[in-house]
Write a new protein. Structure first.
Lengths: 316, 310
């Protein structure tokens, strides 16, 4: 700021003080006040209240009975078989969904990043499924996954010569989960676009330097692309883990957790206990256990990031 | 010596031609492979959607013909009329639209206020508060599901659209809302500071700077936020499922689920897949219209938040 401007700004700043704050500071506070207010009412308050509720038995109507850690003991001692099953199912989903989405979007973004003609059209096509996420996608895939649905029509082209047929995806305890995971790969668009933006941010001279050093295609991918993409990989992986542990819509609509609890996810279990049986205390305990699981994996990722994420050529 | 030199020269010349030929073939192969792979992915992305549209135009009982019939014969546009006539589809459409528009309006207005505060003003605890704001993005929403239900029940807001709208008027106070504050703030940080400092010298208040300078310049970020927000609320399922029970306020997402529930339970041969797909297409159309008319902002918004992760 130019010297001559100083007095005017000073004058502006010297106005009233509230709690020892300058007027400018007070205004700054006023601008973020809506968020502070909302944060207290809709996030922080419920956050702590839910921990309190998790220590009780409460059916919403009627009295609240103090249980201490009983709900947690019940969860962790595997007394609730369905909860154990739900944790197993959710982990199964996360383990295949997150790396699968990362790899698929990385490859697609890589293919798109090669001076392709009509890149905008491809990008639109690939992103289109992502904006339809939710119930419409679930209803659509409920149909695609039928025994004589679209997926099996496609698969049978390859299986027919061997006399085999695609499975009854949703009716089989073995295939229901792979079916939901395949469906989840259909909506990789967001991750793909984040990766594509990352690819386009990699300076060309690094590739040229690698070429001079004799690096081939794989050498360039391994030593230039992947290291420079680690911030995006890290970001999408953290978001992916948090999101996929809370997978819900697809299971509720398509399988309702079945067959035989093969696709019962933790959040679905929580929903049934909390909002069908109105067992609020126990549902809150489930929420907290899932929260701690997610927190654990998020922290692990942040700690490990120091070893593998590069920010502008330096390790984090 | 001279001959030797010539030979070696020739030899090297030969190998260069060979190498360029090899490189040419390899590039051509790479290109072919690249385009075929892209084409395959495009087909996989679009086929289910096309099938959805195709099925929505098929006659009842002809949905599962084998081999698949891509162009329906006969084409039954009447499915859409039937879908609207046999249910309150128009009402659900209106409900969803109202909720999505009001929530989006609140998100854009309040998030831009908060974003401006974080981008341009100094105040005590700003850094800490911003870190808290970001960390709410890491917090899984389920933790607060039960208490917010209790809260809205106490307020008498269950079975009204209020729980789906009001939290979004508190700039990032709703779950996941911090994303929009973050997006707009990142954008505002890129704008030249000289503009607001000049206005300040001219005696403009901060609110005036926000309203007259920052908001107009942040249009791309606001547009991206509005689009993301609208599509989020339009597709939202978990929150309506928990906060809305009655038919009066049913949203399209809830209706589709309800329809599948009652229909698919009626036996495999009786499910009116064509009507279900027609209702799904009805739900998709507004999102597609927005996507295609504002694709620029959309892609930029995704890219902006991705880069911001660096």
């Amino acid at each position: 700021m130019a010297e001559a401007d100083q007095p005017a700004v000073q004058r502006h700043r010297r106005r009233a003080r509230i709690f020892g704050w300058t007027w400018r500071e007070t205004q700054g506070f006023l601008f973020v006040l809506p968020w502070l207010f909302g944060f207290a009412i809709f996030i922080a308050g419920p956050f702590f209240f839910s921990f309190f509720v998790s220590l009780t038995q409460w059916r919403f109507i009627g009295d609240l009975k103090w249980l201490g850690l009983e709900n947690y003991v019940r969860l962790l001692s595997a007394e609730d078989q369905r909860f154990v099953q739900a944790v197993y199912n959710t982990t199964y989903y996360v383990v295949f969904h997150v790396p699968g989405v990362l790899i698929i979007s990385f490859v697609i973004a890589g293919l798109l990043n090669r001076k392709v003609r009509g890149i905008a059209i491809y990008r639109t096509c690939f992103y289109l499924p992502s904006i339809t996420t939710g119930v419409a996608t679930a209803v659509l895939w409920y149909w695609v996954l039928q025994p004589n649905g679209l997926l099996n029509n496609f698969i049978n082209i390859f299986l027919a010569p061997f006399g085999a047929r695609g499975p009854n995806w949703l009716g089989s305890t073995t295939w229901a989960m792979p079916g939901l995971i395949i469906m989840s790969f259909w909506t990789v668009g967001t991750t793909m676009i984040i990766f594509l933006a990352g690819f386009q941010g990699i300076p060309q001279h690094l590739y040229e330097a690698a070429e001079i050093d004799g690096a081939g295609w794989w050498g360039k991918v391994r030593n230039v692309t992947i290291p420079l993409m680690t911030p995006q990989i890290f970001l999408t992986s953290v978001i992916g883990v948090i999101g996929s542990f809370q997978v819900f819509t697809a299971a509720l609509i398509i399988t309702e957790g079945g067959p035989a609890d093969a696709t019962l996810f933790v959040l679905l279990h929580l929903y049934q206990i909390g909002f069908t049986a109105f067992n609020m205390g126990y549902a809150s305990a489930i929420a907290w256990v899932l929260f701690l699981i997610i927190l654990f994996f998020t922290i692990v990722q942040f700690i490990s990031a120091k070893r593998w994420v590069y920010y502008e050529g330096v390790r984090a | 010596m001279q001959r030797l030199a010539r030979i070696s020269f020739q030899a090297s010349d030969d190998s260069t031609t060979q190498r360029t030929l090899f490189a040419y073939v390899r590039t051509a192969l790479g290109q072919t492979f690249g385009y075929s792979a892209l084409l395959l992915v495009a087909v996989i992305s679009l086929l289910p959607l096309l099938w959805m549209i195709s099925t929505s135009l098929k006659a009842f009982g002809r949905e599962f013909l084998f081999p698949p019939q891509w162009i329906p014969n006969p084409v039954v546009f009447g499915n859409y009329i039937t879908a609207f006539e046999t249910s309150n589809l128009a009402r659900y459409f209106g409900n969803t639209l109202m909720i999505a528009v009001l929530a989006t309006l609140g998100t854009v207005i309040s998030s831009s206020l908060v974003a401006f505060g974080f981008a341009r003003l100094e105040f005590f605890g700003k850094r800490v508060l911003f870190i808290i704001l970001l960390s709410t993005l890491m917090l899984p929403g389920i933790v607060t599901l039960v208490p917010t239900f209790v809260l809205f029940k106490t307020l008498g807001w269950i079975d009204t659209p209020l729980p789906l709208i009001v939290p979004w008027w508190f700039g990032g106070g709703a779950f996941g809302g911090a994303f929009f504050v973050f997006l707009i703030r990142q954008f505002m940080l890129q704008l030249p500071r000289e503009l607001d400092e000049a206005a300040l010298v001219d005696g403009a208040s901060y609110f005036r700077i926000y309203w007259r300078i920052m908001l107009p310049l942040s249009k791309p970020a606001l547009a991206a936020s509005a689009i993301f927000s609208f599509i989020h609320h339009w597709n939202d399922f978990l929150n309506p499922l928990i906060f809305l029970n009655s038919e009066e306020w049913r949203t399209l997402a809830l209706y589709l689920r309800f329809f599948l529930y009652t229909e698919a339970g009626g036996g495999a041969g009786l499910t009116r897949w064509n009507l279900m797909m027609a209702a799904s297409v009805v739900m998709l159309v507004p999102v597609l219209v927005i996507f295609f008319s504002a694709q620029r902002y959309f892609i930029r918004g995704v890219a902006l938040t991705g880069i911001a992760g660096r």
